[in-house]
Write a protein that binds this ligand. Structure first.
Ligand SMILES: *Cc1c(COP(=O)(O)O)cnc(C)c1O
Length: 372
């Protein structure tokens, strides 16, 4: 079986370094925030070409804090996409604000900047693009229209650690940015984790207080906050892994190039490549009307796949109160029906990538005969 991801292989490749870092935390008996988290925050901010990073206990918490720091609350509207992991939208709802969905650009599966203007109302406060699959949204026109309308830009960079857009890093382009360190992400903790990143000093104190019960000094609570603190072990784990992230992202890029080379001219749609953007290929999706059949074919060939994501947020039961219906976001809905994620992780062997691609190609050649 070729698995969809393989976290064990990664651990084996850094075992000595990692075991030492974890042991140091356990021996210190300082388990929450503290030095390991502060050191990781400094390293991660520098990695993102940004001034500040704050470690929190999940990407979802990071999104919630960034929205609160931006002043978002009941009565406000946040423009975002429905073609994302549900947390993007859940975080908006936590604040009491209303998510307003616009359709994606099908070439990149990210927020289509041409659709922003028509969605802006006097209540709009934030635009939240998602750098889905490891590729950046088209940030220049997004930032340009946001500036013109006095809107705050928050990047959901949960899948894009190290991705680049015109030489700028994911996390450095918006007013605030949010990362997830869920274990399967390109940079993954040994448990839950996330970070808020910003260049803007005005948010620093608010984010630090909100993640730690509104505390300004021990047992002095200036506001109602949350327990969104990062654990020290996660800080130590992430700091070790960050040193390897560029190598791992390079390996993913190589696998993506192999997939593309092997899969041109078989009639499958793949994401557009942009010369001035550098994806970190968190996910390698292909798109076909026979998605479920292709998945079945690959399973029979011992290839594990994923679907990111089968039901867009605007059609989820828990979000029906927002009032959207099937047909409202045609590109989003088509991508959800057609997307299939092929195995992708740094430790994947090139021969396995080629075996997966051969199996995909075989399916496409067969199905052309069946559906002329
Ligand atoms: C993973 C993810 C999140 C949520 O992060 P958690 O750490 O799981 O809370 C948010 N947005 C996107 C796009 C994600 O992929």
């Amino acid at each position: 079986m070729i698995p969809f991801v393989d976290l064990k292989k990664q651990y084996e490749s850094i075992k000595d370094e990692m075991d030492g870092a974890i042991r140091d935390v356990v021996e210190s008996c300082h388990f929450v925030l503290g030095e390991p988290v502060e050191e990781f925050e400094a390293d991660f901010a520098a990695y993102c070409h940004s001034r500040f990073a704050f470690g929190v206990n999940s990407g979802t918490s990071a999104l919630h804090l960034a929205l609160l720091a931006a002043g978002v609350g009941a009565g406000d509207e946040v423009i975002t996409v429905s073609y994302t992991f549900v947390a993007t939208v859940a975080a908006i709802c936590y604040t009491g604000a209303t998510p307003v969905f616009i359709d994606i650009d099908p070439g990149t599966c990210t927020l289509n900047p041409d659709k922003i203007a028509a969605a802006i109302t006097p209540k709009t406060k934030v635009v939240m693009p998602v750098h889905l699959y490891g590729g950046c949204a088209d940030m220049d026109p997004i930032i340009e229209i946001a500036r013109r309308h006095n809107l705050i830009v928050i990047e959901d960079a949960a899948q894009a650690h190290g991705a680049e857009y015109k030489g700028r890093r994911a996390g450095s382009m918006g007013d605030l940015a949010c990362f997830s360190f869920y274990p399967g992400k390109n940079l993954g903790a040994y448990g839950e984790g996330g970070a808020v990143v910003t260049n803007n000093e005005q948010y620093v104190q608010l984010i630090k207080q909100l993640r730690d019960h509104g505390q300004s000094e021990k047992y002095y609570h200036d506001r109602i906050g949350y327990n969104y603190r990062m654990e020290a072990i996660q800080g130590a784990v992430l700091r070790v892994k960050l040193r390897h992230l560029d190598d791992w992202n390079r390996a993913r890029r190589k696998h993506a190039e192999t997939y593309r080379r092997q899969l041109t001219k078989v009639g499958l749609r793949m994401l557009e490549e942009h010369a001035d953007r550098n994806s970190v290929h968190h996910i390698f999706p292909v798109f076909t009307e026979q998605r479920d059949e292709l998945r079945q074919h690959l399973r029979a060939a011992s290839v594990d796949t994923g679907i990111h994501y089968p039901i867009p947020v605007h059609l989820q039961r828990g979000y029906s109160h927002l009032g959207y219906k099937a047909g409202d976001l045609p590109e989003t809905e088509r991508a959800s029906r057609e997307t299939l994620s092929l195995p992708m992780y740094a430790e994947l062997r090139t021969e396995d990538v080629i075996r997966v691609a051969d199996s995909v190609r075989q399916f496409c050649e067969q199905s052309v005969e069946v559906h002329p």
